[in-house]
Design a protein around this ligand. Structure first.
Ligand SMILES: Cc1cc2nc3c(=O)[nH]c(=O)nc-3n(C[C@H](O)[C@H](O)[C@H](O)COP(=O)(O)OP(=O)(O)OC[C@H]3O[C@@H](n4cnc5c(N)ncnc54)[C@H](O)[C@@H]3O)c2cc1C
Length: 449
């Protein structure tokens, strides 16, 4: 039986705890466009391994793959050789965690029955059911495709931003930033007057969302620690530049209070209602209240937003105004039953709005995607689910954090421990979780000098 026949109409089953009446009506609600074939599930595919291709090995892609073991001939494609637990990239920058903790190699995570292709996907042929690669490798055909390639840094067209500022989304970006900080420190002679030191060690972080707040406090603590050890005079200057009127706009008031207090303690200069106009190799120009100012910088780090992955930009499919792929409640692409999309590239309405563009959402969706993919192959009804916040955690410098769990926010060193514990449980595979948990427990999480 070809893949076409197996990918026909599927009843959608909600996994909420509905009353019987609602349940009945939901059992009778079907994916759009297939009302004519109510209750006619496709026959299960027996003795034939379907080719399942997963593009992207982040929260959405890797966790889907891990939940799919044995379901078919599964291939995971990623342009990196490792997964990245991005929420702890700040701790990697500061050396509180090691690379292997948060960026384990795929080959250490995946069973032998999952094929790994390390290459960039260059194109997707939805009609012909194949993907092409950035390398000279030939196209790969699929029966079912899972799209989870995530986003890329959004420099918002600011002059010089893409060329001169440092993005912060990958291990290589954190390495480059640490290197830049070390070089800037090395260039400062110990007897330099404090005002010159401050100017030579001015860093700007663009965007005061959670990423900007976490990164700026981490950088401030790291640089201040380096100042003490190198006996430099004065102090570094960290600017946090935000176009809007507040820090962490997507988060609640309670957690914002902790973030604001941490910024003050770390002596990060927060500039709201400040637009970045230009970035050069050694400066940033900003506009506030109509006045423009050019500030000399040792580095500008860009955490100002996420842009749609170019692969998805080029894909001819139903999208929102922002370019996100429209998916059905089952995570199937509108118009393509054999394609699932999740994570940062997908618009999934049935989720708490603050979850959009988070690892938490991608992680939860991965379970649903894998489950539905298996149902699709087996000819069983597909499911949907409402996704809720699992709790928020923000790292604030090298000694503190703020956590929102069960509707209550708390901060300080205890929150930092809670954040480590919470994130241990979200790492991929039991084996990796145990190794990392043991390392953090026995070897500690003190920042690397
Ligand atoms: C620094 C940072 C901190 C964050 N902190 C938090 C946090 O505290 N809490 C939270 O909930 N969320 C956080 N996020 C957001 C979270 O990481 C994302 O929402 C989540 O990773 C989205 O999952 P995804 O699977 O859609 O994409 P990703 O996890 O980004 O995975 C995409 C994968 O696809 C690969 N890829 C991309 N293009 C191609 C291609 N053409 N071919 C092959 N492979 C490709 C990438 O290399 C990557 O492995 C953070 C993000 C960053 C960058």
């Amino acid at each position: 039986m070809g893949a076409n026949s197996l990918l026909k109409a599927k009843p959608v089953v909600q996994t909420h705890d509905f009353g019987q009446q609602q349940r009945d009506s939901l059992h009778l609600s079907f994916n759009s466009g297939f009302a004519g074939s109510l209750l006619t599930s496709a026959k299960p595919m027996v003795n034939e391994k379907k080719r399942i291709v997963i593009a992207g090995g982040g929260f959405g892609g890797l966790f889907t793959a891990l939940n799919l073991a044995g379901a078919g001939d599964v291939t995971l494609i990623s342009d990196e050789d490792h997964f990245l637990f991005a929420p702890m990239l700040y701790e990697y920058l500061s050396g509180e965690v090691e690379e292997w903790h948060i960026a384990p190699q795929y080959k250490e995570l995946l069973d032998q029955d999952i094929n790994l292709v390390q290459d960039g996907v260059a194109g997707i042929d939805l009609e012909g059911r194949s993907v092409t690669f950035e390398s000279s490798r030939g196209p790969l055909s699929y029966d079912v495709l899972v799209l989870a390639v995530g986003g890329v840094t959004n420099f918002a067209g600011v002059v010089g931003a893409a060329q001169f500022s440092l993005p912060f989304r990958k291990i290589a970006h954190a390495d480059a930033l640490r290197q830049r900080m070390v070089e800037a420190l090395d260039a400062v002679p110990p007897d330099l007057p404090p005002q010159d030191v401050r100017s030579a060690l001015t860093f700007a972080v663009v965007g005061a969302g959670a990423s900007g707040a976490e990164l700026s406090t981490k950088m401030a603590d790291l640089l201040r620690d380096a100042f003490e050890r190198r006996a430099l005079r004065g102090e570094p200057r960290i600017l946090l530049l935000e176009m809007g009127d507040k820090v962490v706009p997507g988060m609640g008031e309670e957690i914002r209070a902790f973030v604001e207090s941490a910024l003050q303690k770390s002596r990060v200069e927060l500039h709201t209602l400040t637009r970045v106009l230009r970035v050069t190799e050694n400066s940033v120009t900003v506009e506030h209240n109509g006045a423009q100012t050019e500030i000399k910088t040792a580095g500008v780090v860009w955490t100002g937003g996420v842009l749609m992955n170019p692969l998805i930009q080029d894909l001819k499919a139903d999208k929102t105004e922002r370019g996100l792929l429209r998916v059905r409640p089952t995570l199937q692409l509108v118009g393509h039953d054999n394609v699932f999309a999740l994570g940062d590239i997908a618009y999934f309405p049935d989720a708490t709005p603050t979850l959009a563009g988070t690892a938490q959402l991608a992680l939860q969706q991965a379970r649903l995607a894998a489950r539905n993919l298996k149902s699709l192959l087996a000819g069983d009804p597909l499911h949907t689910k409402h996704f809720e916040e699992l709790g928020e955690a923000v790292s604030l410098g090298t000694e503190r954090a703020a956590v929102l769990a069960g509707g209550k926010a708390f901060g300080g060193p205890l929150a930092r421990q809670a954040r480590f514990a919470m994130y241990t449980s979200r790492l991929p595979t039991w084996h990796h979780r145990l190794r990392v948990g043991a390392s953090w427990f026995f070897e500690g999480t003190t920042p690397r000098r």
